[in-house]
Design a binder for this molecule. Structure first.
Ligand code: ADP
Ligand code: F6P
Length: 321
């Protein structure tokens, strides 16, 4: 193998740049030429590719986002899109590919492998919904960003004695909400994986005040069973009567300089991905298991769903008593 490609796909995540840097520099050190493919599978289909040298990835390790840019490309879900991507790779003499992205991006990577093209995936998504790794690139940074906001909101919530709803990202996965709730001492956490009635939420808020708390903080995942506006409206109803404020953190959670943890994880996974490709491996995603980097079959990654440990939700409630 002489020439490989690297792309970032799906939602951007802090640490993607550190991973591209690792792929490029480790690839070159192994005697490979590394080409950057712009805007994920969209750029692949359009043939937007350029060679990257060591200097091209200088000064990016500390930067959020992805300098290769990313995209959602529905055409790639169609076999025609995959074939077009393959045609582009062959045209450019690229013989292997590193795909950095979330759950959907790993499906795209698997589709390419199914056509016989060597691909290794690297999990990067602040949602931490990718099966086969303890944690994906970007999660730690996003979690710390949420905590900064949560701590600040607590200051103002306590001063006014208010209940606050803090909405965090997580379309289908409550990881960010649960972990930030635990680490930030939220009174309640609402996630897509676990039903909690509006009456129960109101009761938690009521009990928080009865216990003498100056506030009640509820962290809510964007994909939670009850939407943020619905919870706010319920808590503010005359019969319930709390003073509620809502903060939707939104895309602030996706940006920012990656933490040391994410830079290290991204570097380790990027290096492992290139080494795997160079050794002739394909159809795997590199993941963190404990403190080890391990290869997990992409087929397993896309067929399995990550679940949250229900004990952690219980723990969040107990610790916020
Ligand atoms: P993420 O990778 O962050 O989960 P998405 O779910 O939006 O983000 O997926 C990113 C891209 O991966 C999609 O826009 C599409 O190009 C590709 N993709 C997603 N699912 C599939 C699939 N089943 N087959 C092929 N490509 C897919
Ligand atoms: O990165 C994952 C994620 O943040 C989801 O939690 C969220 O629903 C989605 O991406 C939103 O991304 P976009 O605005 O890019 O579609």
């Amino acid at each position: 193998m002489k020439r490989i490609g690297v792309l970032t796909s799906g939602g951007d995540a802090p640490g993607m740049n550190a991973c591209i840097r690792a792929v490029v520099r480790r690839g070159i050190s192994l005697g490979l030429e590394v080409w950057g493919i712009k805007r994920g599978y969209r750029g692949l289909i359009n043939g937007e590719m350029t060679p990257l040298n060591r200097r091209d990835v200088g000064g990016v390790i500390q930067k959020g986002g992805t300098f290769l840019q990313t995209a959602r490309c529905p055409e790639f879900k169609d076999p025609k899109g995959v074939r077009e991507g393959l045609r582009r790779l062959n045209e450019m003499g690229i013989e292997g590919l590193v795909v950095i992205g979330g759950d959907g991006s790993m499906r795209g990577a698997y589709a390419l492998c199914q056509e016989g093209f060597p691909v290794v995936g690297v999990p990067a998504s602040i949602d931490n919904d990718v099966w086969g790794t303890d944690i994906a690139i970007g999660v730690d940074t996003a979690l710390n960003t949420v905590l900064v906001a949560l701590d600040r909101i607590k200051d103002t919530a306590s001063s006014h004695g208010r209940a606050f709803l803090i909405e965090v990202m997580g379309r289908n996965c409550g990881y960010l909400a649960l972990m930030s709730g635990l680490a930030g001492g939220a009174e309640a956490v609402l996630i897509p994986e676990e039903e909690i009635s509006l009456e129960q939420v109101a009761q938690i808020v009521e009990e928080a005040y009865k216990k003498g708390k100056p506030h009640a903080i509820i962290v809510i995942a964007e994909g939670a069973i009850h939407k943020t506006s619905e919870v706010a409206a319920y808590l503010e109803r005359d019969e319930v009567g709390f003073e509620v404020r809502t903060t939707i953190l939104g895309h602030i959670q996706r940006g920012g300089s990656p933490t040391a943890f994410d830079r290290l994880l991204a570097s380790r996974l990027g290096v492992a991905a290139v080494e795997a490709l160079a050794q002739g491996k394909s159809g795997v995603m590199m993941g963190l298991k404990g403190n080890k980097i391990e290869a997990v079959p992409l087929e397993e990654v896309i067929r399995s769903t990550r679940t949250l440990d229900p004990k952690l939700l219980e723990m969040a409630l107990v610790l916020s008593q």
